[in-house]
Design a protein around this ligand. Structure first.
Ligand SMILES: *Cc1c(COP(=O)(O)O)cnc(C)c1O
Length: 228
């Protein structure tokens, strides 16, 4: 089932790229494995998806150990508490969810002690919904400049979560805003490679607006059962 879903997803990616005159190779799928078993995660790996994303520290640590596969690039995409930085920093290729300067400092300090530089994205709360984490759009520039001064980090892009809605078009404005923030930062001398935006319900629109990393759970693995 995972392999079949991926075929459908890839053709949707292709269509969105064609519509927006982009290259298919610019978009990477991160398979979001939260609540799904290691067996299912492994099916994605066997189908050629080597980027896996997790939201919860405990589940990440467990799944990384259980899968024990060097081909996998792990992504941390959930809210990270500062006291759990040590379980994630240096263990993942990319932390998407750096949602405060305090967290960025904590990660940088941890990295300095271990002689490692962590790749990160700055999470921006483009919809300004109260229930969401992330830097306010108006603070993005100041915070990004502060992050650039932290020696333990490589800031390589921005991340956002579209507003929850049945209609993906409703997230277009936020995706466009993230791309504009990226352009503004680049004009201030902060070059950024990635825009992590787009989930199962809105990835087509996110690609049209410039996404380079889409984060897909349900579209690949089916519905989640949070009771597990
Ligand atoms: C769960 C989650 C996803 C994947 O969501 P789907 O709707 O299942 O594709 C992507 N990004 C973040 C931050 C998530 O928490």
């Amino acid at each position: 089932m995972v392999a079949e879903n991926l075929i459908k997803i890839r053709s949707r990616i292709e269509l969105a790229c064609r519509k927006s005159d982009r290259n298919f190779n610019e978009v990477t799928i991160t398979a979001v494995t939260k609540t799904f078993s290691s067996e299912l995660a492994n099916e994605a790996v066997e189908a050629g998806i080597f980027d896996l994303g997790e939201n919860y520290v405990q589940e990440f640590v467990h799944k990384k150990k259980e899968l024990n596969d060097d081909r996998i690039r792990w992504h941390f995409i959930g809210h990270l508490q500062t006291n759990k930085v040590k379980f994630v920093c240096g263990q993942v290729d990319l932390i998407h969810s750096v949602d405060s300067l305090r967290l960025a400092k904590e990660i940088s300090d941890f990295c300095l002690n271990t002689g490692f530089k962590q790749n990160i994205l700055m999470e921006v709360n483009t919809s300004e919904e109260a229930a969401k984490f992330g830097i306010k759009p108006g603070d993005a520039q100041v915070v990004a400049e502060e992050i650039m001064r932290l020696p333990g980090l490589n800031l390589i892009g921005l991340m956002t979560i579209g507003r929850f809605s049945e209609d993906a078009e409703e997230s277009r404005y936020e995706f466009r805003m993230l791309k504009e923030i990226k352009s503004d930062l680049e004009q201030k001398g902060i070059p950024l490679k990635h825009l992590s935006m787009g989930m199962s319900n809105d990835f087509d629109v996110a690609i049209e607006e410039g996404s380079t990393i889409i984060r897909l759970g349900t579209a690949i693995f089916g519905n989640r059962d949070y009771k597990k």
